[in-house]
Design a protein around this ligand. Structure first.
Ligand SMILES: *Cc1c(COP(=O)(O)O)cnc(C)c1O
Length: 373
């Protein structure tokens, strides 16, 4: 088990925490774990039942709330049906907890006592809660304009908040500077995070009775879920558990769709763009650091990216609420992508899965306008 630099292939031992390589590039983890399913299926229904696929020392104790193994529900769109995983039911209200539970377990085990993080909201809220659970000091850098509910969530759990008067990218820079003297627990840089979100794939495999679905429609901002899902199914594929990789579809908001544009133009890097505002703040990432990796993985599975207009996001948000699904608008964008895929591209017998990624309580202030009429 090693960290491996995405640019130079240089490797580093996993027992020394680091968030980037010596050359300053992104890291992945070299690891091909195999589960003993007979033992796994006897364990409690949370994501720690997949303990052996976590790149952690045997002695490490989980920083956990017993999270995961979220419900998988059928959802119908006219004559077509898909399955949706209810990942807004995590302790912090988003699937980011899949990554945080593993990353914070690793950091506590490695003796890290203080972290910094930057986030447009949900990753910060998640890291703040798991830092509190772990007894690790936490400082979070936020761009001005972050949802008040998400800021309250972080602060109330004891995180120190630093609001940066600038862009999302300025915020990340400020966090990296602070990380010179503490540890950067970034959900985008730290590769452990993706080995937590990969539990989404293991859960699906088990919930589909030890089979993979055909297609998975996922949010595509920084790719913390999309890349994790790829890693999980890649492991299942390379250990012979499944015969092929499922197709991955990444959903962006049309107002901020750099990956969609790169994909449509056949590019391997992500163009610079000036994003428009969008209700789907969770996927409004103008410069996704792991963008080239997301393009590569999605292409490799035969998938694609979709871009969803604001009007469709709002319409789907209301539709979901009318069915009792109280989620944030980012989740509605993903389900609008699912609906589009089902209507235009899915085969009749194709097994398609998607996700409800974030809880509605996080965006109550955004509901005021539609409620006022
Ligand atoms: C983070 C997040 C996303 C997007 O995930 P990325 O990792 O940025 O691709 C989607 N929905 C919610 C609720 C999120 O918190």
């Amino acid at each position: 088990m090693n960290f491996i630099c995405r640019a130079t292939q240089e490797t580093y031992p996993l027992d020394v925490p680091r968030w980037r390589s010596e050359s300053g590039n992104l890291l992945d983890i070299q690891f091909l774990p195999r589960l003993d399913w007979e033992m796994t299926t006897l364990r409690p229904y949370d994501l720690w039942r997949y303990r052996e696929v976590m790149p952690l020392s045997d002695m490490a104790r989980p920083v956990s709330f017993g999270e995961g193994f979220t419900p998988l529900q059928k959802m119908s769109f006219g004559p077509k049906t898909a399955w949706v995983k209810l990942d807004f039911l995590f302790p912090s209200g988003s699937y980011k907890d899949r990554g945080s539970t593993l990353m914070m377990s690793y950091l506590r085990d490695r003796g890290v006592t203080e972290v910094v993080q930057d986030s447009s909201g949900n990753a910060g809220a998640s890291v703040a809660q798991y830092a509190a659970r772990a007894g690790i000091k936490c400082r979070i850098f936020l761009p001005a304009g972050t949802s008040p509910a998400k800021i309250a969530q972080m602060q109330f759990c004891g995180a120190e908040i630093v609001e940066i008067d600038g862009s999302r990218e300025d915020t990340a820079r400020a966090a990296r500077e602070a990380a010179e003297t503490t540890f950067y627990a970034s959900h985008v840089w730290h590769p452990l995070f993706f080995h937590g979100t990969k539990t989404f794939a293991y859960e699906l495999y088990e919930q589909f009775n030890f089979k993979a679905p055909d297609t998975i429609v996922l949010p595509a901002g920084n790719g913390t879920l999309l890349l994790g899902v790829y890693i999980g199914f890649w492991e299942l594929f390379h250990t012979g558990a499944i015969p092929k990789m499922p197709k991955l579809i990444g959903v962006q908001a049309a107002a901020c769709a750099p990956l969609y544009q790169a994909f449509q133009n056949g590019e391997t890097t992500v163009p610079a763009l000036n994003p428009e505002p969008t209700l789907a703040e969770g996927i409004a990432i103008a410069q996704p650091l792991r963008g080239p990796q997301m393009l590569e993985y999605v292409r490799e599975t035969g998938g694609r990216f979709l871009a969803i207009e604001e009007a469709e996001i709002i319409q789907m948000w209301h539709h979901l609420a009318s069915q009792g699904y109280f989620v944030e608008p980012t989740s509605a964008a993903v389900i609008a992508g699912l609906q589009f895929y089902l209507a235009h591209e899915a085969q009749s017998d194709e097994r398609v899965v998607s996700v409800l990624s974030g809880h509605g309580l996080k965006s109550v202030e955004k509901m005021k306008r539609p409620l006022a009429g």
